[in-house]
Write a protein that binds this ligand. Structure first.
Ligand code: NDP
Ligand code: GDR
Length: 372
């Protein structure tokens, strides 16, 4: 039985990857952070109590900022594969906590690689690094592929640049099987609530159900290449199953604006929207409402406004990936397109909003926040 260790197992990708590896018969170990509230909601459905015999899903307390802890876990687990998905992954937050982001996202990667090497596991343990399209930042070529020069635009992206190169350096210096997946944005109903797609699907569903009144957004002209997280974690596994380690871009090859994602989400909720105004004065106004999913919305309502507080000090305006290398060498193609992804997320969040609205109507408190 192969053993895998996943950092960031409680996150979006970590939860899908853990499911995939369990299906493939792995013993899955994950690192979770200590938190004052439960933080394992995304993996609770596969959780196994420590009192069960022959567990194949085991969580360890740990943190990417603590090398002695990482070394102890790797020594104990002796993993065949390490997936480094743990990170302070929010670009806007990285401007507010740049040093912490560098410590976890850059140095955390080094700590894992050094632990593998110092424990003498460099010929046994394969290593996957969660690299990102944010490395391209101010894009130098469109579409972006493995050979496109990088130009990071945030403390997050600069930290991930270090992680990208240290992963390659350990491959070249010590002959380790290490690789980078340069993944473009990928989303799902499990996406963190403060990333733009989830903020939109959750925010509009809440408004439709009368739990909120208006969604405040940043730069809705930004263009992204959005895929489904389930498709992308499969690639993470596939990259570690090759004869030789290599780096791959993973993307759908299509890009859309944030504004388009808002429009699609509204359509799924039966709301016709029109955009009026420009720049910080742009708003999205309800044109029509059909069906029963948006009882709290009527024509003329302003559903979306721009709040400059969500603008970033330096923005990545456009990203579009070229995954031909992954198509050619690994036979990989995404199965779920962006429109279908949006539909799945919107209906997931509508269901949750209906549940919250029901609780509210029956006198129970429900806390709503659309910060992000
Ligand atoms: P999430 O933000 O959903 O998950 C991040 C995970 O990292 C969580 O489990 C979080 O724990 C954990 N984590 C945060 N800080 C630490 C720390 N100090 N020590 C240990 N663990 C920590 O991210 P995604 O699942 O979306 O992304 C996975 C990885 O892929 C990240 O590295 C991200 O930067 C990268 N990436 C993501 C893309 C995307 O579009 N989703 C695209 C390209 C790259 P907790 O649950 O306690 O917060
Ligand atoms: P990104 O994702 O920065 O690409 O990083 P995010 O969804 O946060 O932003 C995408 C684009 O939308 C614009 N935007 C807003 N973003 C947020 N969060 N909130 C808003 O209100 C808002 N309004 C407009 C942003 O300015 C941006 O242009 C994600 C993360 O998962 C990273 O970890 C990962 O590396 C990259 O994707 C690829």
């Amino acid at each position: 039985m192969k053993k895998a260790l996943i950092t960031g197992i409680t996150g979006q990708d970590g939860s899908y990857l853990a499911e995939l590896l369990l299906e493939k018969g792995y013993e899955v170990h994950g690192i979770k952070r200590r938190s004052s509230l439960f933080n394992t909601q995304r993996v609770d459905h596969i959780y196994q109590s420590p009192h069960v015999e022959h567990r194949n899903f085991i969580l360890h307390y740990g943190d990417l900022s603590d090398s002695s802890n990482l070394t102890r876990i790797i020594q104990q687990v002796q993993p065949d594969e390490v997936y480094n998905l743990g990170a302070q992954s929010h670009v806007a937050v990285s401007f507010e906590s740049p040093e912490y982001t560098a410590d976890v996202d850059a140095m955390g990667t080094l700590r894992l690689l050094e632990a593998i090497r110092l424990l003498g596991l460099e010929k046994k343990t394969r290593f996957y690094q969660a690299s990102t399209s944010e490395l391209y930042g101010l894009v130098q070529e469109t579409p972006q592929r493995e050979t496109t020069p990088f130009y990071p635009r945030s403390p997050y992206a600069v930290a991930k640049l270090y992680a990208y190169w240290i992963t390659i350096n350990y491959r070249e210096a010590y002959g380790m099987y290490t690789c980078n997946g340069i993944l473009f944005n990928h989303e799902s109903p499990r996406r963190g609530e403060t990333f733009v797609t989830r903020k939109i699907t959750r925010g509009l569903a809440n408004i439709a159900q009368g739990l909120d009144r208006c969604l405040y957004m940043g730069n809705i002209d930004a263009l992204r290449d959005w895929g489904h997280a389930k498709d992308y974690v499969y690639m993470q596994w596939l990259m570690l199953q090759q004869e030789k380690p290599e780096d791959f871009v993973i993307a759908t090859g299509l890009q859309y604006s944030v504004r388009q994602f808002i429009q699609w989400t509204a359509e799924e909720l039966g709301i016709g929207l029109r955009f009026e105004g420009e720049g910080v004065d742009e708003v999205a106004i309800v044109d029509s409402v059909s069906g029963e999913d948006a009882p709290a919305v009527k024509p003329g309502d302003v559903l979306v406004r721009i709040d400059p507080k969500y603008f970033r000090p330096a923005e990545v305006e456009t990203l579009l990936g070229d995954a031909s290398k992954a198509h050619a060498k690994l036979g990989w193609k995404p199965q779920i397109d962006t429109r279908t992804l949006c539909k799945e997320m919107a209906h997931h969040d509508l269901k949750e909003a209906k549940r919250q609205a029901f609780l509210k109507q029956n006198g129970f408190d429900c806390a709503m926040s659309s910060e992000g």
